[in-house]
Structure formats: C-alpha cells, structure tokens
Design a protein around this ligand. Sequence first.
Ligand SMILES: C[C@H](O)[C@H](O)[C@H]1CNC2=NC(N)=NC(=O)C2=N1
Length: 103
Amino acid sequence: MADRLSDDEIAEQLPSSWQREGDEIVRVYEFTDYLHGVNFAQMVGEIAEAQFHHPEIIIRFKEVEIRLTTHDEGGITDADIEMAEFIESEQTAQTGGIDDVEL
Ligand SMILES: C[C@H](O)[C@H](O)[C@H]1CNC2=NC(N)=NC(=O)C2=N1
C-alpha cells in the first residue's frame, strides 16, 4: 500500500477540479437531474471495485459528492490521486468536460 503523500505532493498532484479537506480529497459533480447523478455514482462504484479503492459517494438532488482517502494509511496516498484522475477521465470522456453525465 502506498505511503501518505506530503502536503506539497498533494498540492502538486491534485486534479484541478478537486479540493483537499484535511485527510480527504473532494469533488462535487453537478447534474441537470437526479438520475444522471445516480448513474454517475454507479460508474464511480464500478471504478472503485475495479481499483479496489472505495470513495464515499454522496448522492444529492442534481449533485454527487465524491470523497477519497486511504483508510489503511490514515490519509491521502497515490491511490486517492489516481482514483480522482480516473473518475475525471471517465466523466470527461462521457460528457466532453461538462458535469452532466448522460449515460
Ligand atoms: C482491507 C482494506 O479495506 C482493502 O484493502 C481496501 C478496500 N478499499 C479501500 N478504500 C479506501 N478508500 N481506502 C482503503 O484503505 C481501502 N482498503
């Protein structure tokens, strides 16, 4: 399992749309309707199972919040950064960069 990243490493490696909140990295995706968000959450869950690295996924009306940390290490590691990048690339591939995921 990867070691915890330093504050500088996190700042350098965090994808641009993500924020750091303590020992977590966080991104809120906006959608035009509730079920688009639900579908997006399903996609994130499938990525999580494939990577065996599981975010907290909060589904709200017209938005989904993704929170990542490495529980085994008690902080932010490469696994969290890589997962965030993977989610970003999948979401962008499906929507051309806007947040509304039409699945
Ligand atoms: C045993 C341990 O729970 C597993 O190795 C995986 C499962 N998914 C995980 N997900 C996250 N976010 N952090 C972990 O440390 C983690 N560990």
